[in-house]
Write a protein that binds this ligand. Structure first.
Ligand code: PHE
Length: 331
């Protein structure tokens, strides 16, 4: 074989390669397992030919390596020029984040009540049974005290099942008049479905003053309804039972999906329950040391997820926590 001719040919081919793939092809052709030079090296019989061939192989290898790095550098240069950012160009289509819908509603509700002169109070997500049950007049053996309904941390500690413990904490801390709301996360051992979630949010309201009546409660709820849902949606109060209010009522809003005709979302009733309310049971006043003869009050507790669903007319509250941007971006 003509080693000189082979070298010339190989060097020319390397120089002519204009892409990484082409260089690789040259490498395989001239230095690969089946290349002429490898073949010749395998058959070599004398030392001198061996040295000549090895020298050719080395020079070809160097030339191909060099060509490869030249091309890589050229490619990087091209990309750097091409992809250069012109900071003087106007920006377009920048996406901005926004607050989660529940956070928006939470702030909106806080603003409504701050506007009415209420205080916003922080509660505790990890509560003692004293505040979650005893102070709220839950009798021994009440189903909510069961670990089937409530998430216990130990015998005396639970993840709060409602924001109502904030009522007791607030009253223990201050004397009337009380005008407060407290918003946050609550936990129950519920199986998730379209209208239930083991973690959800509530807004608690508590008013204690002289001469507070049921009319103050329904008037306040009516105002909140109108601010949150507009005038068009019908609301209804039904008698109910809570251990900490007497009388107790439950508030319903006409179903946003079927407008009252009945559908799976409202369980064919035409109405969606938004939350409970009532006049503060005098036993709570005794628990915190308020004079039940002098003071009366009302309280309410609403689900923020329900408010979100009713406002924005989506049928499944699980959407709120799926983090699908196609959903979240709408708000
Ligand atoms: N805590 C009750 C619930 O979670 C709601 C409620 C609050 C009812 C305040 C009456 C008064 O269902």
């Amino acid at each position: 074989m003509d080693a000189e001719a082979l070298e010339r040919e190989g060097l020319a081919a390397a120089a002519a390669a204009i892409s990484a793939d082409a260089v690789e092809a040259v490498r395989i052709e001239f230095l690969g397992r089946k290349s002429a030079i490898k073949q010749a090296l395998r058959d070599v019989r004398d030392r001198e030919t061996g040295m000549t061939l090895n020298a050719v192989r080395e020079r070809l290898e160097t030339a191909i390596d060099e060509r490869e790095s030249v091309l890589a550098r050229a490619e990087l240069d091209a990309r750097l020029t091409q992809e250069r950012v012109d900071v003087t160009l106007p920006v377009g289509g920048q996406t901005r984040g926004s607050l989660h819908l529940i956070t928006q509603i939470r702030r909106e509700v806080e603003d409504i009540f701050l506007g009415l002169g209420y205080r916003v109070v922080d509660g505790r997500e990890v509560e003692t049974t004293r505040y979650n049950f005893d102070g709220l007049n839950f009798p021994a053996g009440h189903p909510a005290r069961s670990p089937l309904a409530t998430l216990f941390i130990d015998e005396e500690t639970v993840l709060r099942t409602e924001t109502s413990p904030s009522q007791i904490r607030t009253m223990e801390m201050q004397q009337p008049p009380v005008y407060m709301v407290s918003l946050g996360r609550t936990y129950r051992r519920d199986t998730p479905d379209a209208t239930h979630s083991p973690i959800f949010h509530q807004v608690e309201g508590l008013v204690v003053d002289e001469g507070i009546t049921l009319a103050d409660l329904t008037g306040t709820l009516d105002l909140l309804f109108k601010k949150l849902f507009g005038e068009q949606r019908r609301s209804e109060f039904r008698t109910h039972y809570f251990p900490f209010t007497e009388p107790s009522i439950e508030a319903y809003v006409s179903c946003h999906i079927c407008d009252g005709d009945g559908c799976p979302v409202c369980r064919h009733s035409g109405w969606i329950e938004v939350g409970g309310a009532g006049m503060v049971d005098p036993r709570l006043f005794e628990f915190v040391g308020y004079d039940p003869e002098r003071y009366s009050g009302f309280a309410f507790g609403w689900g923020l997820e329900r408010i979100a669903m009713l406002r924005h007319e989506f049928p499944d509250l699980r959407e709120l926590w799926r983090n699908d941007l196609r959903f979240s971006r709408q708000f």
